[in-house]
Write a protein of this length. Structure first.
Length: 173
């Protein structure tokens, strides 16, 4: 007789979002612990909407990007429905969503096969009160990454368990 085991774990919604962002950044570029801590603080304050990893060629031209976007309105809606906690199962390896894992894998393969270098940026949440005092308090510089238009192919995924988090991979040949 075979025995089947299933695994589930429950996380606070925001902590699970921060885990996905941390994993995506650590696996796709060389990022300092202080930058990761800063980004987590920005997520706590809900002041950023997107975290973007850019892949650039030797001419410093952007060839690809990995993008994580948080819909804070959807996040607040989920909280209002009493869904402050999220249960995940064993398809989430080490707490990482399948969609995040796959986008990282595709992005890293593209970066490696095209000898690209990576850097990161962000866009601010338009609902956040953007003042010089708030920027100074959170250690945010003067500008954020502008939204870019891509002529190439792109793919984005919403994570079923975290409907407010979308992860995407965009590239140009």
């Amino acid at each position: 007789m075979a025995t089947t085991y299933t695994y589930t774990a429950t996380f606070a919604r925001l902590e699970l979002i921060k885990m996905q962002v941390r994993v995506a950044l650590r696996r796709s570029l060389n990022i300092s612990e202080s930058d990761l801590s800063k980004i987590e603080r920005w997520l706590d304050e809900r002041c950023i909407k997107q975290i973007i990893v850019y892949a650039k060629d030797s001419n410093n031209l952007c060839r690809a990007k990995l993008e994580l976007e948080i819909d804070w309105d959807e996040y607040n809606f989920q909280l209002s429905r009493g869904k402050a906690r999220v249960t995940i199962d064993d398809r989430w390896v080490d707490g990482t969503a399948v969609e995040v894992d796959e986008v990282i894998r595709i992005f890293n393969k593209f970066v490696s096969s095209n000898s690209l270098s990576t850097s990161w940026g962000f866009t601010l949440n338009p609902r956040w009160t953007d003042t010089s005092e708030n920027r100074q308090k959170l250690g945010i510089g003067l500008g954020s990454a502008p939204p870019e238009k891509w002529k190439g192919q792109g793919r984005s995924y919403t994570i079923p368990e975290l409907s407010e988090l979308r992860v995407g991979f965009y590239f140009s040949e």
